[in-house]
Every structure is written in C-alpha cells, then in structure tokens.
Design a binder for this molecule. Structure first.
Ligand code: ZN
Length: 241
C-alpha cells in the first residue's frame, strides 16, 4: 500500500501528461500530494494525435471522479515542438513499421525526447513558480529507452537545478514499478473508478489504434506499448482476483 497524507498546503506540481496509462496514474499520484496540479502535454508531430484528445477526456474524467481532485486540477498546457520530428526518423513520427533496431531499441525511440520534455517543463514551471515536476518515466517493464532511466532523470534534475538556480525536484513515482504495480497504484489512488477511466480513455498504443476494446483498454494489442500494457493488466488481474 502507498502512504496517503494531506496534500502540502500551497504547493503546486506540474505533471507531464501525455494521456497514456502512466501519465494518468502520475496525475492521480500528484493530486493526492499537492494542493494544486497543472498538466503539460507536448505536440511534437507524433503521427497519431489521438493521445492529445484522450488527455481532455481523461481530465474531464478526473474532475467527475472526485470533487477534491476537480478543485486541485489547474491549468492544462500544451507546448508544440515540431523540431523533434524534423530531426528524428522514428516510428512514432514517421509512417514506418515498428521494429527493433540493431542497438536493441525499438525504432519508436525518439532520441533525447524526455530530456527535451523535462527541460521545457522546467522552463514553464519556472515561469509559473512551480518547483515540483512529475513524470511517468519508468525503468521496470520498459522499452529500454535510456532517457527513462533513473540515473538520467537524477542527472537532469541536477542540471536543471544548476542551470536555473532553482531547487527543482523531478518526481518519478513509477520508476521502480512493474506495469502490474502501476495498475495497482491506480486502484489504490482512485479505486475501480480510476482504473475504469484509465482503461477507457488513456491511450498507449504506438499505432494510434482505438478500434478494438480489450480488457486493458483500446489499442492494436501487438505493438511494444500495447504488449506491455496487456501483460501488466493480466498480472494485475491475476493477483487481484
Ligand atoms: Zn498498439
């Protein structure tokens, strides 16, 4: 079980919110800990803009689920960074098949994406007087992206603190959780209502498919993101039942 505590008075967090399972769980985590929570999504020319629409549906769902969450949810920001797709040849920004590269990384890897996201997040947070930034990076059950690793995030936090002279804290509550544990965390934070909301409206599929509804939500069921999400769901249900 996770520890619940009264949200610290007056503190605001900025959550990196893509509309996926992980960032939705992070949003609930932040809403339980901070007096006010703002969200930030990026439009970087990802080939399916579906996750951007999912974000709004999820935010509405969060407000409907709990009145205290509705009260704490602040501004929802979107930053457009077309430059990322200009410089990356990946399956997330180009219409090519997803496959493994010779470096052991799937070609969904956008080099440096999380470094860019977190740096922009810190710049926005700086202007808004926010020092706590929350992201769903995870190095358990992940695709091996080096910018998701804890060591990378800790090093970037140090860089941001030095580069801005502000005591930024990067929170990554999912870093050491399996995908099954992430489903459990969602249940601990928001009960069956939150798990249902995440199933129904969060989007993880790399192919942007929302045709078929599986137990774990919508997606192609085959891409690396769907595979991880489905495997985690099976383990979560097996242990919950
Ligand atoms: Zn998929």
């Amino acid at each position: 079980m996770i520890e619940m505590s009264d949200p610290p008075q007056g503190k605001t967090a900025l959550v990196l919110f893509s509309g996926g399972q992980d960032s939705a769980t992070c949003l609930a985590w932040a809403l339980e800990r901070f007096a006010r929570v703002e969200t930030l999504g990026f439009d970087y020319g990802q080939r399916h803009a579906i996750e951007l629409t999912c974000r709004d549906r999820l935010l509405d769902g969060f407000r409907d689920l709990r009145a205290d969450w509705a009260q704490r949810l602040g501004d929802s920001h979107t930053l457009t960074i077309p430059t990322l797709s200009e410089i990356s040849e990946t399956a997330l920004t180009r219409d090519v098949a997803i496959e493994m590269g010779t470096d052991g990384l799937p070609n969904t890897f956008v080099p440096g994406r999380n470094l860019v996201f977190l740096t922009f997040a810190a710049a926005l947070a700086y202007r808004r007087g926010i020092l706590d930034i929350v992201g769903g990076m995870c190095e358990t059950d992940y695709s091996g992206y080096p910018d998701c690793r804890d060591e990378t995030i800790r090093a970037l936090q140090r860089t941001l603190v030095l580069g801005t002279a502000k005591p930024f804290e990067l929170h990554t509550p999912l870093m050491w959780l399996s995908k099954a544990a992430t489903w459990r965390l969602a249940h601990d934070l928001g009960g069956a209502g939150l798990v249902d909301l995440i199933c129904e409206h969060s989007h993880t599929c790399y192919l942007g498919e929302r045709g078929a509804r599986h137990h774990w939500g919508f997606g192609c069921g085959e891409c690396p993101a769907c595979s991880l999400r489905a495997k985690g769901w099976r383990e979560y249900v097996a242990r919950a039942g």
